[in-house]
Design a protein around this ligand. Structure first.
Ligand SMILES: C[S@@+](CC[C@H](N)C(=O)[O-])C[C@H]1O[C@@H](n2cnc3c(N)ncnc32)[C@H](O)[C@@H]1O
Length: 324
């Protein structure tokens, strides 16, 4: 991909590492890059080096919204000058694109300021265990866990469904957030992963809320649907497993989750690749996944049965509120 006057440079180490680990994972489709998980947020065309002028140019751009648009004045005032003669732009202006995801430093700042200091001791323990796993990149990052917790509490969720458990980070956050008589139906093809996290869930005193079901999610959700009593019984669902079936899960969950309930889908921005040009140098598996997620995003965008919002948190989270 090229832009006028643009050159490219290799993807940053975190992205390269992520790609390598994904390949090592041998077809595992979920998750994002390793290390600080939500660094994947920053994995957009510019940060990955596919479409950029130079690292130095990008560094300058992380400071000010809209700097990339090259607009020289904001709010109609004469441009202010920094000591080195560079123009100092307004943080907010009509020319700004209102997204904050412009630097890893900003993400670190958020984690250090608002996330780690409030992280439940057992969540931290499980996060650290999960990070040691060769597929640790699959677990939800702590800021995403914090968001889930807040959503569950705001919606007063009691009965929930999780598709894709891994070691149980999102299950634990859910079990901690719902009331004592609440229940998480937690579905994963691998009991082995779940068993790694189960001792921590037990130590947290919430294992009694977790109803783990081993197997592929589509038939298990069908099984739930075979009991009419389960229709509209659930308040919240978090989907974080095989992306190819997101569309199918959506149809099933729209029956299981009550009107007014929430369906949350993880990884819907797939490292920012959904917005990259067709010919961006992606691994074939990522190119396929991008197509899958683009199709899912289009489906949700057109689905009038839900109110939807897509958040640039972690690898992209789509929240759907069932309205009919
Ligand atoms: C990204 S991980 C889930 C991470 C978890 N939500 C967390 O926050 O730590 C995806 C999980 O989905 C599971 N999985 C993959 N395909 C599945 C399927 N068809 N049905 C159920 N689980 C599946 C994998 O075994 C893996 O544990």
């Amino acid at each position: 991909m090229s832009m006028a006057g643009a050159t490219t440079w290799p993807a940053p180490p975190a992205v390269r590492r992520w790609t390598r680990m994904r390949a090592d994972a041998g077809g595992v489709r979920s998750g994002g890059p390793p290390a600080a998980r939500a660094r994947r947020l920053l994995f957009d065309g510019r940060r990955s080096g596919w479409v950029a002028e130079s690292p130095a140019a990008w560094r300058g751009r992380v400071l000010v919204h809209g700097a990339h648009k090259g607009v020289s004045s904001a709010r109609g005032t004469a441009p202010a000058m920094a000591a080195n003669g560079d123009e100092v732009k307004s943080i907010h202006s009509n020319e700004s694109s209102k997204t904050l995801l412009k630097s890893e430093e900003l993400y670190e700042y958020m984690l250090n300021t608002m996330v780690y200091s409030r992280e439940h001791e057992r969540l931290r323990e499980l996060r650290l265990i999960s990070e040691q796993h060769s597929r640790g990149f699959m677990s939800s990052p702590p800021d995403e866990a914090q968001l889930l917790s807040m959503l569950l509490k705001l919606t007063g969720a009691r009965n929930t469904i999780e598709v894709g458990v891994f070691t149980g980070c999102s299950v634990l956050v859910t079990a901690l957030a719902i009331p004592d008589d609440g229940r998480v139906v937690a579905i994963d093809v691998s009991r082995e992963y779940f068993d790694l996290g189960l001792p921590v869930i037990e130590k947290a005193g919430v294992a009694h809320k977790v109803d783990f079901r081993e197997g592929p999610a589509l038939p298990i959700l069908d099984e739930l649907l075979s009991d009419e009593g389960n229709e509209g019984k659930f308040d919240f669902a978090f989907v974080d497993a095989d992306k190819e079936n997101y569309g199918g899960y959506h149809e099933q969950l729209l029956r299981l989750v009550r009107v007014g309930g929430v369906l949350a889908y993880d990884n819907t921005l797939w490292g920012g690749s959904v917005a990259l040009p067709e010919d961006a140098p992606l691994k074939e598996s990522d190119r396929e996944m991008r197509a899958v997620l683009r199709a899912f995003n289009a489906k949700i965008a057109a689905d009038r049965r839900v109110e939807a919002v897509q958040l640039p948190v972690a690898d992209g989270i789509t929240l759907c509120r069932r309205v009919v």
